[in-house]
Design a protein around this ligand. Structure first.
Ligand SMILES: N[C@@H](CCC(=O)N[C@@H](CS)C(=O)NCC(=O)O)C(=O)O
Ligand SMILES: [Fe+2]
Length: 380
């Protein structure tokens, strides 16, 4: 009953995948954006349905893939209530529990590294299995998270670690959010006795030590914090790049991004085919785009799979016809456009999709998406 530990070498971040063997429901903790494909492939290979994507705090050193995991797997996102991640579906508080299959995680609010930081405690159902503690940057192996930015507070960190974590059983396994020296895990008994920053130190001594650390700021903090407060939707944050004379904005991995209005103009002019990559159920529930080809994105575990995605896309893009991909909010269509590009097709992403990204609406003060842009659509 072990979590799967995954490593991002760029930021030295550990991501954890926990699964209930009986139901194959799973939880991911602190996923990293650059590792999205790896994590999706792992879910698929293990036959897991992602139930939750959870954050231990709003990270300063890397960007989460939570929003994309939600879009691609149907998982729910959870973030600590005090971390100001407005896009998370569930705002987590001390003592909250999260179920995945027959297993359960408990949220421990452990302020200090940031005011909102939490740890997740998993007591597996399997008889005799030790508790598993996912400490984020609260407690690291032979160390702890820094407290010099982002509402950090060394005194609070001392209290969180000594009163909430070091009171757990000695054999509670400690799974940190980072390790910069290649160590993988520890346990509570060992850290209580030997942790270089905490063992044998009073609160005042610990606070003095933390104040004197003088670490350089994480390189990506200015980019990472705002992105993580939106579950990683950084590509859409701020002012988008200006479109070229055809209404196309440059993108990485596919032909480009365009607004719903531009997509409609291209379709009217016979320049391209519109491909709706949502599922039938989503279309029936929310609405159809007349004339769009329906090719559901080959979604990942937990949602309808379309094993014919590649073949259907090839047929749609026959003869080099450009394809304009639309989904619900403009995230899944990016993954689909990347795949279509790999197949040798010319694929564009329709930004904000059929319904739009609610956070974009708030930023720009108007409703986005096909449905709100005055373009033709019908109920069914
Ligand atoms: N060098 C890293 C920054 C590493 C860092 O500051 N890590 C934070 C966690 S987000 C920390 O608390 N480190 C504890 C320590 O170095 O003692 C970067 O530029 O991203
Ligand atoms: Fe951190």
């Amino acid at each position: 009953m072990h979590p799967i530990q995954l490593f991002d070498p760029t930021s030295c971040t550990y991501t954890y995948l926990l699964a209930d063997p009986a139901t194959r429901q799973a939880v991911i903790i602190d996923p990293v954006d650059g590792q999205l494909e790896r994590d999706l492939a792992l879910l698929e290979r293990e036959g897991l349905t992602l139930k939750w994507t959870l954050e231990t705090h709003a990270h300063a050193d890397h960007i989460t893939s939570a929003a994309r995991l939600v879009e691609l797997t149907g998982a729910h996102s959870g973030a600590p209530a005090a971390c100001e991640v407005g896009t998370a579906a569930v705002q987590l508080r001390d003592g909250d529990t999260l179920d995945f299959g027959r297993e359960r995680l408990r949220v421990l609010h452990t302020p200090g590294h940031t005011a909102g930081s939490v740890c997740y405690l998993w007591q597996p159902r399997q008889a005799g299995a030790p508790a598993q503690l996912f400490t984020g940057d609260t407690l690291l192996i032979d160390g702890c998270g820094r407290t010099d930015f982002q509402s950090g507070d060394a005194g609070q960190l001392y209290d969180s670690i000594t009163q909430k974590l070091f009171t757990l059983a000695d054999d509670t396994r400690v799974w940190p959010g980072h390790d910069y020296e290649g160590r993988t895990h520890s346990n509570v008994g060992h850290e209580r006795a030997h942790n270089a920053r905490l063992a044998g130190r009073t609160r005042a001594e610990f606070v003095a030590l933390m104040l004197a650390l003088n670490l350089p700021h994480p390189r990506r903090i200015d980019e990472a914090l705002p992105a993580n407060r939106r579950s990683g939707l950084h590509q859409m944050a701020g002012a988008p790049l200006a479109p070229d004379e055809h209404g196309v904005r440059a993108a990485v991995g596919y032909a480009g991004d365009m607004s719903p209005a531009t997509a409609w103009a291209w379709v009217q002019a016979g320049r391209a085919a519109l491909v709706d990559v949502r599922t039938d159920a989503e279309r029936e529930w929310v609405g159809f785009v007349p004339g769009a080809l329906a090719v559901a994105w080959k979604q990942w575990p937990g949602m309808a799979l379309n094993p014919d995605f590649d073949a259907q896309m090839r047929a749609a893009g026959q003869g080099g016809r450009p394809l304009l991909l639309i989904c619900r909010s403009g995230v899944r269509s990016i993954a689909a456009a990347r795949r279509a590009t790999e197949l040798g097709l010319t694929a564009y992403n329709v930004t904000e999709g059929f319904e739009g990204d609610p956070d974009q609406h708030a930023q720009r003060g108007h409703l986005g998406g096909w449905r709100h842009a005055g373009l033709p659509w019908r109920q069914n």
